[in-house]
Design a protein around this ligand. Sequence first.
Ligand SMILES: Cc1cc2nc3c(=O)[nH]c(=O)nc-3n(C[C@H](O)[C@H](O)[C@H](O)COP(=O)(O)OP(=O)(O)OC[C@H]3O[C@@H](n4cnc5c(N)ncnc54)[C@H](O)[C@@H]3O)c2cc1C
Length: 295
Amino acid sequence: MFPSRFRYQAPHSLDEAVSLLHNGGDYVKVLAGGQSLVPMMKLRFASPEMLVDINNLPGLGYHRADPDGSLHIGALCRHADLEFSDLLKGTQPTMAAAAPMIADPLVRNRGTLVGSLCHADPQGDWASVMMALGGSVIAQGPGGKRAIPLAEFVTGPFQNVLSYDEIAIEAVVPKALGVRSGGYLKLERRVGDFATVGVAVAIETSGDKVVRAGIALTGVGGSTIGATEAAAALTGSPLTADSIDAAADLAANAAQPRTDHRGSAEYKRQMVRVFVRRILAGGTTAHGVSAERAA
Ligand SMILES: Cc1cc2nc3c(=O)[nH]c(=O)nc-3n(C[C@H](O)[C@H](O)[C@H](O)COP(=O)(O)OP(=O)(O)OC[C@H]3O[C@@H](n4cnc5c(N)ncnc54)[C@H](O)[C@@H]3O)c2cc1C
């Protein structure tokens, strides 16, 4: 299939890009990696009048740790940049575990983390990871910048809170309150597939106590699910076999899976339970559990 006709603009400054969105007409879309938007256009699920290609905007390909301990991921940072990042391997175990599990190498070379958050696919892996980490999106519009916590950014399947004339310029992970650990596990039918079930866990430990926890679920509901009760069950005390079991059960209860060709709802719920337990039982070292595929 071919997309409908559209106009194409490739601005060289952020101001110009925002202005094109503001003045461009009824249905204008930002083009980042194109790995979700282009297939949607070819299938005619999306038929924008105009694309604003942001790939020529300078200085958005970064991911960096700021002196205050926060991590910043620019709108043109590709999945592959994160997959091969030494920075993530040392400091962000949940992100480091997830990066190699996004799609396949071709998609990872072009697709962006920020684009994935904007696309808001319930089966998108990055939204769960960023939600578990308490991340946020920085949006730039004609009136300036605003920060939107991930928990408020995604409003439903393929929907986010960005206004028509805003560009998400970066994603931010806040400074850890303690030693970070965690991981991401994904059940997929074959390597490179979208998640049947994905679980992101991010733990911050000070002494032997968990001082912050985040758990979020991919592919088991109409949008990314923050398992907040499960995370709360871990916070304020050391990780024990009992607290891990309680969190795993609460996360399984938070899932809203549907039976389909990938498996029954009960099977998917059980996989959430197993993944939470498996990641948490991996320990609380700075490097967390290793990424693994549960084929
Ligand atoms: C074969 C295949 C397999 C895949 N498998 C997986 C997978 O296993 N897991 C997974 O998570 N994803 C998967 N994806 C999706 C992939 O990760 C995309 O890269 C990602 O969803 C979108 O990022 P992008 O940069 O390509 O965005 P684009 O496709 O360019 O844009 C996607 C949407 O977000 C909007 N957008 C993008 N960037 C911005 C911005 N900065 N500001 C405002 N709006 C913006 C666009 O307007 C569009 O609506 C797969 C894709 C393919 C083609």
